[in-house]
Design a protein around this ligand. Sequence first.
Ligand code: FDA
Length: 306
Amino acid sequence: MDLLEGYRKTLLTIAGNRLVEKLSVKYGKRLARRFIAGDTLAEALAETEQLNRKGIMVTLDHLGEGIERLNEAAGYREQYIQLLSAISERQVDANVSLKPTQMGLSLNAAACYRNIRDVVLQAKKCGNFVRIDMEHSGLTQATIDMVLKLHDEGLTNVGTVLQAYLRRTEKDARELMENGVNLRLVKGAYKEPESLAFQRTEDVIEHFKTIIRLHLDQGVYTAVASHDDRIIEWVKRYTADNGIGADAFEFQMLYGLRTNAQEQLAADGYRIRCYMPYGVMWYPYYTRRLAEKPANLLLVLKHAFH
Ligand code: FDA
């Protein structure tokens, strides 16, 4: 295990500790603001307008995951329905992302499906799109199954995410592509065992490139979500060398990370989308960002002293 892997695992383990969570929620909010657009929808929409003006599209994420009671899921469902109406009224260039466990997947799969379906129906009414984020590997198949079932029902304005660190991902990519499902491709942000996931960064990057290539070569619209120049520069070169137009793919990055790079990609004529979380349930999202990179921790600390 290299140093960075050790750092990532340690932080993800500490983050799971309830006491650390309580202390962080009490004292850490100001630090977390580096990665969160605000507590409210109004703040997130204002921020979305700012980014749109710079040519950056947005994915809005109403923070929440791992709920413990189903009525919480109903609350999130209604928030997303409102969010989709607000996007349409404000005419901002944004779609939405939600998490399966926010909609109740760990409690009741059928209820989760109905909640997500309601959100997707509202998105359809508004001419918009819903991305179902991918959580830990225990939920991968259930998430894929929900997306395929929604497509079977004719709701094609929903897609999901595939994680390059998972060994199964190439097979999943082929199946989902055959079914016309729009995918976001990422490295993967959870702690996974070696039996399921590549552990070495170079292996994850190679697998990531294989899956991106698979998409681009099939002419399938590809969303590449990464801050890693080894991926971004490779995509730019691969598409240029193979005559693939800039409208065939988009880059995605997280709010608060590599802001200059996001603006530069837009200025260079690439499609770039910023994933913008907002809301009060910021703790798990925030600790995953810190776990990804020691530099993110430094960024947060720097921000804290401004
Ligand atoms: P990583 O963090 O591994 O960094 C690699 C290199 O990139 C660095 O060494 C540096 O060169 C450069 N870099 C990174 N951050 C930088 C910074 N702030 N400044 C300068 N250089 C920097 N995961 C998941 O499991 N399910 C999901 O649904 C999603 N969804 C999602 C959406 C979007 C839009 C993004 C961008 C990411 C996700 N992820 C995700 C998270 C993803 O799986 C992954 O954990 C992170 O993107 C971190 O990996 P990266 O490829 O971005 O680079």
